[in-house]
Structure formats: C-alpha cells, structure tokens
Design a protein around this ligand. Sequence first.
Ligand SMILES: Cc1cc2nc3c(=O)[nH]c(=O)nc-3n(C[C@H](O)[C@H](O)[C@H](O)COP(=O)(O)OP(=O)(O)OC[C@H]3O[C@@H](n4cnc5c(N)ncnc54)[C@H](O)[C@@H]3O)c2cc1C
Length: 462
Amino acid sequence: MEESRQGKPQVIETDAVVIGGGLSGTAAAIHLARAGFRVVCIEQRKEISRIVGESLDWSAPELFANLGFPMKELVDTEVATWKRHITVAQNDGSSKEFLPGAWLAERPWNVEVRTLHLDRDRTDACLRKTARKLGVTTLHERVADFAVLDEHDSRARRILGLRTAQGTFVRASWFVDASGSDASLLAKRFELKSVAFGPRKVAIWAHLPTPEWVEGTTLYMVPSQGEYMEWVWEIPVRPGLSSVGYIAPGSSVKFQRAAGMGTQDILVRQCGHFARLKEIVERGSEVETATTTFLCRTYEGVCGTNWLIVGEAASQSDPITGNGVTAALRHAEEATALIRRYRHRGTIPSFARSLYNYRVSTVGLYFNSLIEKFFYQPTLRDRLGFFGTARIYTVPAWLMNLVYTRMRPRESVIRTVAITSILNVIRFSTWLAFQFGLLLPSRCQSPRDRKSSPSKEPVYAM
Ligand SMILES: Cc1cc2nc3c(=O)[nH]c(=O)nc-3n(C[C@H](O)[C@H](O)[C@H](O)COP(=O)(O)OP(=O)(O)OC[C@H]3O[C@@H](n4cnc5c(N)ncnc54)[C@H](O)[C@@H]3O)c2cc1C
C-alpha cells in the first residue's frame, strides 16, 4: 500500500476508509479497490507479526480464492499446509480423528473436504502486497474519534469523517471498521449492545520446529473434569514448523503466574501433559512465546447508513471453532458488496442493514453458544466424553459451513431467513440438550472414550 506522508496534520478526502489493517480490513480494502474505490486503510501498527488464526474451517478457502489466492497456490508457495482432518487428543494417549465424510466430495454435493492451515505472517504479507498493487493507501496512525451526523438517532447516524491521534482528518463517503475485538471502535463509540460468552481467556503460543508433522490440526484437551475447559493446539503452519498454543480462562493463567511461572513456563508445563507436545517443546531450544487475551463477544447493529463493522470488531468467535478467519473474510466480502451496490445512493437501505446485522450476529451467537455449551462448560462434556461431544459438535459446525457456502444469503431475504432459522433451531436444541444434561449424573471418564483409546479409526461426522 502506498505510504502516506507523515508529519504535519493533514486532511485527506477519499471514497472509502478502512480502519485496521488486519485480515478483515485488508480483505475489505482489496474488494473495494478492485471495484474502483479510492481506499485509505488506517493501521496504527507499522509491524504486524506473530499473528494467530492459523487453522481454517471448510468455508475459508473459497473466500481466499475470491481474493485471488487459490488453495493450491498457497500450499505450493509454503504459505499454507493442507488440513485434512482434526484430531482430538487426551492426556491418557487416546485420540480420534474427525473429518468430513468422503461422500461429500462426490456428486451432487461436490464439497471440497480439504482446507488449510496458514502461516499468517506470510498470508497477511501477501494480502497487503495485493492491496498495495491495487493502489490502497495505508496511513500508519491511530484512529481517535469520528465526526458523526445525527449522533443520537441510531437509525440515521452518519459518519462524515474521522480524526487520528496524530491530527489527520479523513473525510469519506464510506467507513469500514475492522479494528479488531479489543478496539471495536464503532461498537464502543455507538454503545452497541453485545452478548458475551464465557470468561475473558488468555492465549499463549509459540512457533516450534516439528520435523514429523501431519496434515491436520490437533486439539489437546487439558484434563479438566467438572471445570471450565483448557486446551492446547498444534497447527502445522508450514512444512516443519508448527504453532503450539494454550488457551485458558484468565483466572487460571493468573493462578499459574502467582505460582511464579512466566508465559514460557506455563506453555511448557501445559504441553508436558501430552507426550508428543512434551517432545516438541523439549526439542525447541528456546520457546519464544506470544500472548493475547480475548473475550468471545458478538455485537448487534453492526451496519449503519454509511458504515459497517467487520471481523472481530463485529464478532469474536472462540478460536476452537476455527471460524474467525472465515467470519473476517465473509464480513469483508458482504460488507463491501453492500457498499458497491449502494455506492451511488450513498446510503445503505434499512432492510439491507438489518439483513447484514442479522447474519453477522446469528452466526457469531451460533458458534460461540455451541462451543461454550458442548466444550467449555463441563455439563455435556463430562457426560458424553470429549470424543462424544466432538462427534456431536462437528456435525452442525460442518453443516453450517456447507449450508452458508451453498446458499450465499447475501441480500436475499428468503435465504437469510432460512439460514438463520436453521442456525437458531440448532442453537435452541443445544440449549435444550444442555438443560437436560444438567439433570443427568456426570461420569468421570466416558467408557466410550476409554474403549476408543487404541483406535485410530477416523470418525466421519456426516
Ligand atoms: C488466540 C487466537 C487464536 C485464533 N485461532 C484461530 C484459528 O485457528 N482459526 C481461525 O479461523 N481464527 C482464529 N482466530 C481468529 C482470527 O485470528 C481473527 O478472526 C482474524 O485474524 C481476523 O482479525 P481482524 O482483522 O478482524 O482483527 P485484527 O487482526 O485484530 O486486526 C485489527 C487491526 O486494527 C488495528 N487497530 C485497532 N485499533 C486501531 C485504531 N484505533 N486505529 C488504527 N488501527 C487500529 C490493529 O492494530 C489491528 O492490526 C484466533 C484468534 C485468537 C485470539
């Protein structure tokens, strides 16, 4: 992207402003620039590295292809590796593979049953290069405030421009907020309602050499009978290099820190529960960790007259869903399609805003509530076992990807209502199962889990 002149305060006039140069912001900037908009992307950081969001769900590759990055090219250039399955592993050595049924790849479904793991630093660099080639201008400043017309009328409020902390004023017709979950600039500025799931969590991760890697994501379930779940991921981001990360509630990490452990010690200790991970961390001479905290939260009302919120600024999905990247790219695609469509009118009509809002919030609520009830809370997990819950969860998760990709709801009222109704019915059924589970006695370890320990047979969820 073309770098702006730094230094004295300036006024910039453009067609569209994208706030945030993460995945959702860069994708939105590319779509808009391709449609002929003059785009300014405002990103506060000059260097972005050690990015998470590496294991993709089955909808993401098509969204990358729409940006000009087909799966095979990403794998051939070692920006990505194939993800052919998910393995759920426990510390007693038992594990099970989960993968979409082979029949899905056949007619009439013709579903691509492979997806990808990404080296995010390389992927995001490729996207930024594309944006730059398309003439997107990047301003490395921090957005501090917005000039808003009809501030107190939530249906009519319109953004006229924004001011950065460095004093630049940027005036535009369209605004896309891709500022991520921590900042969520417009949601906070307009005090949008939100629904949060679970406690604030901490993620600690490192990239470690793994000469013996497999083409799949492995989720290691840290023992947590009767407690909120903690887990470790192993994702081969490129041949011979894996991302290994630990996720736990903030209170758990605080407890470990209080015992005198640093982030590196915590990651090494949690990996020590699993023979394979223990070997990986012990082999890596130095484990250089990165840390972040996040709260799974979905905002309502994420589209206004001339502004839209995309990516984690609109809805943060739990990382275990593998839906964050898909949501970011899908929001970017759908939001910019609305801007393109209503470009000459200058205002997004209220029915189109409602449909976008409804899709973003329904999908966010769907993934977060299912994962919270099936995995994080012990109620169903302790009664069905990790493998049992994983078996049940993967069916609606894959179905959701299949249905959304095939139906392409975009601005169709019927399709939006159909898909959101399906998701709401599944969510309600999960809630019912959860309530029912509360009435049943818990079992310490599922006999089915114990029996399946030596088995390496994959589970076909559909
Ligand atoms: C621990 C963890 C693991 C994850 N794992 C997965 C996974 O395996 N699979 C998956 O699909 N997803 C995963 N995700 C989610 C995925 O990483 C994100 O959904 C994705 O990166 C999209 O992010 P984004 O562009 O919306 O926001 P971000 O990447 O947060 O980008 C926001 C940008 O806005 C900038 N910004 C913020 N405020 C301002 C301001 N005031 N002015 C200017 N710029 C500003 C920030 O500097 C930042 O660069 C994971 C997330 C976490 C936290």
